[in-house]
Design a binder for this molecule. Sequence first.
Ligand code: NAG
Ligand code: NAG
Ligand code: NAG
Ligand code: NAG
Ligand code: NAG
Ligand code: NAG
Ligand code: NAG
Ligand code: NAG
Ligand code: NAG
Ligand code: NAG
Length: 453
Amino acid sequence: MKFFRSPSKLNATSVLLLLFFCYYSTDAFDAFDPNGNITIKWDVISWTPDGYVAVVTINNFQQYRHIQPPGWSLKWTWEKDEVIWSMLGSQTTEQVIDLLPETPHNQQIANCCKGGVVNSWGHDPSNSISSFQLSVGSAGTTNNTVRIPKNFTLNAPGPGYTCGPAKIVKPTKFITPDGGRVTQAMMTWNVTCTYSQFMAQNKPTCCVSISSLYNDTIVPCPTCSCGCKNNGTKPGSCVEEEKPHLASIVSDHGKNNFTPLVQCTDHMCPVGIHWHVTLNYKDYWRVKITITNFNYHMNYSQWNLIVQHSNLDNITQVFNINYKSLTPYGDQINDTAMLWGVKSSNDLLVQPGPSGNVQFELLLRKDTSNLTLDKGWAFPRRVYFNGDNCIMPPSEAYPHLSNDVSAMPPPNADPHMPNAASQWKVSLLKLVVTVMFSMTFFFANTYKSYALY
Ligand SMILES: *[C@@H]1O[C@H](CO)[C@@H](O)[C@H](O)[C@H]1NC(C)=O
Ligand SMILES: *[C@@H]1O[C@H](CO)[C@@H](O)[C@H](O)[C@H]1NC(C)=O
Ligand SMILES: *[C@@H]1O[C@H](CO)[C@@H](O)[C@H](O)[C@H]1NC(C)=O
Ligand SMILES: *[C@@H]1O[C@H](CO)[C@@H](O)[C@H](O)[C@H]1NC(C)=O
Ligand SMILES: *[C@@H]1O[C@H](CO)[C@@H](O)[C@H](O)[C@H]1NC(C)=O
Ligand SMILES: *[C@@H]1O[C@H](CO)[C@@H](O)[C@H](O)[C@H]1NC(C)=O
Ligand SMILES: *[C@@H]1O[C@H](CO)[C@@H](O)[C@H](O)[C@H]1NC(C)=O
Ligand SMILES: *[C@@H]1O[C@H](CO)[C@@H](O)[C@H](O)[C@H]1NC(C)=O
Ligand SMILES: *[C@@H]1O[C@H](CO)[C@@H](O)[C@H](O)[C@H]1NC(C)=O
Ligand SMILES: CC(=O)N[C@H]1CO[C@H](CO)[C@@H](O)[C@@H]1O
């Protein structure tokens, strides 16, 4: 990693390969967050003899897509031979990356130094902003002569973004910290970046397996969901033992080496979601969701899960999880939930190992008009992990989840005491067997050995 030396020069020729990935695709659209975007705002706060000082703010206006460690990096093209004289709150390598939180205070500005981690506005508005300050020379010294940089590229782990051109907007007004005075930027320009499924990894990054109390068979993630572990597996992309050589996998902050190194499984996904229906009452049902990390390159902090199921319009109780309903199309459709971990309980999904998974449960109310729905009614329509669409098993693989009346509790049963289920006809023994079986299956599947290339 190169550290910033003053003055450092980022000129037009240092602009790069990433531009060549800027294909356009109709797939860029995210149905769960149609208006989400990230804005990059440059506020010119003063003119200097040969240029300007600007505060650059990255604002994540998305509902649920956050920027996770190792954080964002930003790249742009200067119009001519502009120079960066100094920078606070970020560093320049060949691109600009955020500093880590332990940065000395004289190099920090407000909202900087989060190691490039930016939460989404829908999840945590107070941490959805990241900013840095830079002094640019040879750049024009008035708002008529200033040369606005071009071709912005925002890089983040996982999701990819495409950025539009910079647009001059109304100068930002700032209120002084004492609240007394309002000052105004000399000039402001905005760049809007939107998530692009196409720019994101071409390969899926997660898959879903499902099971229910009615059937000991687990419907596994489809084989080769994210890759195949046959001889075509790329060398070093899959490891057989439980712990690989850690030294070889720690990626430098800012290097943007997000290539996963995963455990060898039939699905080869970095992340697996297991959906297990644990209880089925007349009016309510309960599901336990387990997220397992198979990726040695990543600890997922502040992960989030988007789940779509028609009964999520009347979620009744959640256990060990935070929940927010997403209504991307106004109040019309309310079947999508954003779920994220409880702080210091399960908000960190660590790399593979004994604790490389998190669990939580939901209690949902049935829409009684759907009670006659046949197999598969309890399974989600779509699941996203950290904004990436997870591969689901085909619907014909779903085990039958009947609405067997004999398994239902009396109609006046208290829905808030689902643990009392054993007194009803849901056999506790069967439940235990199912859970044990599912774990055995999961781990057997996980730790199976395959040749390392
Ligand atoms: C960016 O997102 C915000 C918040 O969702 C929205 O108000 C704005 O219109 C979006 N901008 C663009 C250019 O899509
Ligand atoms: C420019 O970006 C800021 C946030 O970064 C936003 O508040 C503002 O609405 C944007 N302006 C326009 C015209 O999009
Ligand atoms: C910036 O992007 C435009 C359009 O994508 C391209 O024509 C131009 O060559 C790029 N400029 C540089 C300096 O790469
Ligand atoms: C141009 O710059 C001056 C200060 O140098 C500022 O007061 C003014 O608002 C700017 N005009 C525009 C259109 O940005
Ligand atoms: C994989 O390679 C081994 C030898 O390297 C070979 O014996 C085996 O048949 C190959 N398997 C497939 C599916 O190509
Ligand atoms: C994940 O976190 C653990 C515990 O904090 C740490 O030992 C490990 O190096 C981290 N792994 C990665 C890939 O960051
Ligand atoms: C949600 O569930 C409550 C009972 O818990 C019920 O009274 C209400 O009608 C349900 N709402 C919808 C929209 O289904
Ligand atoms: C959507 O459903 C959730 C969960 O029942 C509820 O809290 C929320 O108010 C609903 N939103 C709308 C717009 O109906
Ligand atoms: C359990 O599920 C499997 C796979 O869907 C199916 O083949 C089998 O018939 C089911 N068994 C029962 C008892 O429903
Ligand atoms: C999955 C499914 O078919 N859900 C339906 C249940 O019934 C309501 C109407 O009562 C429909 O809106 C849902 O689509």
